[in-house]
Design a binder for this molecule. Structure first.
Ligand code: ADP
Ligand code: ZN
Ligand code: ZN
Length: 739
């Protein structure tokens, strides 16, 4: 039923609704106060109200008008998001088949979701008038050195500067001076945005580019006003960041903004500092360890075009830009760009879409590009830029495989060749980095007598012993308990801790090299704010001889003094259950290896493995990542896995095993099957029980994206009716792991 001539407000409400929700406007509101992109407070359900966003105004509705509720309050006078931003969010909602209200909630800073002000808080500040600027400073009375100081300082800040900055720079007793100068009309008050601090003189001028870098920079600069996607494929240390910096220089000069994504929160200070040393402009920073206010500030300044540069982790991709000029995704292969819960978007893919919509370039940089991106380059959808050599004087590291099957290594985590190499580096006062992809002490507690193994009571997962807490931990649900003193099954008094984690390797190193200064870096040792910064500082100061760590160490950090990298065990990735596991293993290995010999000492990489003949491993080591990737892509093609097909994964979790399967069986019957879409399942998830929930899934695969998406559009609306408080489901479009 519909009724004409009353305005119907289409509102995105932060609830799992696949479409907008219709409301009536509050009384006395004019049409021009109802711009899409404003926030509204709306009633929903029995008693609750939510902050929703106006998507559109219509004259008809499919709901009976008498049943519509009225909006409680209009929060914003003007839209907080531009039409382009709103369109992007609606596109993302359709592409990921995720409720629009939840998409918007993900994309907005917390304070805006709560309905707080979307205007930049202004600071009191001062600026020179034309008259003030014209005053010859030496003509001031002798005792007026304070006035002189203020005028001098303001001349260095022609756009004006905040009151607080003047006080910080000059003195707290400057108020009277400011008033005097104001009376003379040499300076005047102004309100100004509290922009991030800018260093006055950038200390690191652009470097002379090599030929390969020049080619990239020139080609991108020639296409600054069009969508020109490029893969920047350059080994670690080949000068990718320098390329970003020099392109961004021109983008800023053209009065446009650059958005740079980095994969890891711990990498942001490093890259932000490098940018600050190059550019005297305010830089917006966005990551999860910032306060709610700090993030809001970054978001607003970027939206209003005040920060020419914004750097952040995954969710920074939602920062609106007034004048987008370029998008850069560093380490584009990194799995952290895909959100793994709720709204499962890929920030890298969104970045490409944003660049396309804004008609600007995008650079996807990596030493180990994802197979997806390499394929796009092969298909000539992306330009393929290669930086084949390390910039400066550093040379590529050499690789050695150590066969851990040799009987003499059986019980040790450090093989003889690795120990020898470590001793040599220690003697030469160089740093060593040891990589092991597991935190804690030992991943297995076992009874040799009856074979009992310590499992989590909530998950199908073994417990890892952590020496630092003296407890067993589940890495999947976080549950922990004390170490058993005897076997709970056969009461045997002795239990064994098997396998290696970072803590155990650290302990063994300490025994083997008692004089060495050893530092462990994993998510346990870096949990507190700034912990990582402090550890990195010690490394750079040379206060550390051996670094032991997880993949946190593998990503992007520069350790110029590291000349030896040891990989304790790479085998997990060789025989994983997921078709992406080998790709991930290869990327990780190359990234860790890239930490070695970045300055003037050649690096060496020693890899311990029980599978020294594994073809992928040997190809990777002998012929390099590009050859490996080519072979891996061929395998994907044979199996019709992505990027040769598209996937969507329907995941279900239930309090009982049967309920999960039951849901999926019913769901499967609702699918309008077609030949172009293959359906796998329902099957139990590889880890069936996690955090007390039983998990199962259906995988959909198709070589035609639009056919798959059409099917999803028809299918998903039928699912909510099957769910209950004991069964929940989610859809993962382009899943990055099938676990
Ligand atoms: P990537 O981002 O690929 O790891 P970087 O841009 O960080 O590479 O460069 C690695 C090192 O080489 C840095 O110390 C950088 O200052 C230096 N570098 C980069 N480009 C040049 C160049 N053209 N000439 C000399 N040194 C360079
Ligand atoms: Zn036992
Ligand atoms: Zn658990």
């Amino acid at each position: 039923m519909s009724k004409k001539n009353s305005l119907i407000l289409q509102v995105a409400v932060p609830k799992p609704l696949y479409s907008h929700f219709d409301y009536l406007p509050p009384v006395g509101i004019k049409r021009n106060q109802l711009q899409p992109g404003i926030r509204l407070r709306v009633p929903f359900g029995k008693k609750q109200t939510y902050v929703g966003m106006l998507l559109g105004v219509a004259e008809t509705t499919t709901v009976a008008v008498e049943k519509l509720k009225a909006v409680k309050e209009i929060i914003d006078k003007v839209p907080i998001l531009s039409e382009e931003s709103l369109n992007l969010l609606q596109w993302a909602s359709r592409y990921y088949h995720h409720p629009i209200g939840e998409v918007i909630r993900t994309a907005l800073p917390t304070s805006l979701n709560k309905g707080l002000s979307a205007e930049i808080p202004l600071l009191r500040g001062w600026k020179l008038t034309a008259e003030g600027l014209a005053q010859p400073l030496d003509k001031l009375p002798k005792n007026a050195h304070r006035q002189q100081a203020v005028l001098n300082f303001l001349r260095q800040h022609p756009q004006g500067i905040s009151h607080i900055a003047i006080i910080n720079q000059l003195s707290t007793h400057i108020n009277a001076t400011l008033r005097t100068l104001e009376k003379k009309e040499w300076i005047r008050h102004q309100l100004m945005a509290n922009t991030p601090k800018v260093v006055d003189i950038p200390q690191s001028p652009p470097l002379q580019l090599n030929a390969a870098q020049t080619k990239v920079v020139n080609q991108v600069l020639a296409q600054l006003r069009q969508f020109s996607p490029g893969l920047l494929d350059g080994v670690t240390g080949s000068g990718k960041t320098e390329v970003y910096l020099q392109i961004i220089q021109k983008v800023i000069e053209a009065d446009r903004q650059a958005l740079i994504l980095v994969p890891e929160i711990n990498l942001t200070p490093q890259i932000v500092n490098r940018f600050k040393r190059r550019f005297a402009v305010p830089i917006g920073v966005w990551h999860s360890k910032l306060t709610v206010q700090e993030r809001l500030h970054t978001w607003l300044l970027a939206r209003d075009g005040i920060t020419p540069i914004v750097i952040g982790t995954r969710s920074a991709i939602w920062t609106p830009l007034a004048r987008p000029g370029i998008f850069i995704v560093d380490e584009e292969h990194d799995p952290s760009y895909k959100q793994q819960d709720h709204f499962r978007y890929s920030a890298r893919d969104i970045a490409v879409v944003r660049a396309q919509r804004a008609q600007v370039p995008i650079l996807l940089g990596s030493a180990t590009p994802s197979l997806d991106t390499l394929y796009n380059a092969q298909q000539q959808r992306y330009e393929h830029f290669v930086l084949p050599e390390r910039a400066g004087i550093a040379v590529h590291p050499t690789f050695h495989l150590v066969d851990m099957r040799l009987p003499s290594y059986k019980k040790e985590s450090l093989s003889l060749p690795l120990k020898k190499a470590i001793s040599q580096r220690l003697a030469a006062h160089q740093q060593v980095l040891l990589f092991i992809n597991r935190r804690g002490y030992a991943p297995l507690l076992m009874c040799y007598k009856c074979g009992w193994v310590a499992f989590c009571q909530h998950c199908d997962a073994r417990l890892t012993y952590h020496e630092s807490n003296q407890r067993l931990f589940c890495h999947h649900c976080g549950d922990s308990r004390l170490l058993d003193t005897q076997c709970p099954n056969c009461q045997h008094p002795k239990l064994f801790l098997l396998g290696q984690g970072t803590e155990r390797v650290e302990e063994q190193l300490q025994k083997q090299f008692p004089d060495a200064r050893i530092l462990r870096i994993d998510s346990d040792s870096t949990r507190r704010k700034y912990a990582m910064e402090k550890l990195l500082e010690r490394i750079h100061k040379g206060e550390v001889d051996i670094l032991v760590g997880t993949q946190m160490l593998a990503k992007g950090h520069h350790f110029p003094k590291v000349t030896l990298v040891g990989v304790i065990n790479i085998d997990g990735g060789l025989y994983g259950v997921d078709f992406r596991d080998t790709e991930r293993m290869a990327q990780l290995l190359v990234q860790v290896a890239g930490r070695a010999g970045r300055a003037n000492e050649p690096g060496e990489v020693i890899i311990q493995t029980y599978h020294p003949d594994h073809p992928l491993l040997t190809r990777l080591i002998r012929q390099g990542y590009a050859t490996f990737a080519e072979a891996a892509l061929k395998e994907r093609q044979t199996a019709a896995f992505p990027p040769f097909s598209r996937l969507a994964l329907l995941r279900v979790e239930a309090t009982e095993r049967d309920k999960a399967m039951d849901f999926l069986n019913k769901a499967k019957m609702q699918i309008q099957q077609c030949d172009e879409v293959q359906l796998w399942g329902p099957v139990a998830a590889p880890m069936e029980r996690r955090d007390k929930w039983y998990r199962a899934q259906i995988l959909l695969q198709s070589e035609q994206r639009d056919v798959l998406h059409r099917l999803l559009s028809q299918w998903l609306p039928t699912l909510p009716a099957l769910a209950s408080h004991s069964v929940r489901w989610s859809l993962d479009v382009d899943p990055q792991d099938l676990h």
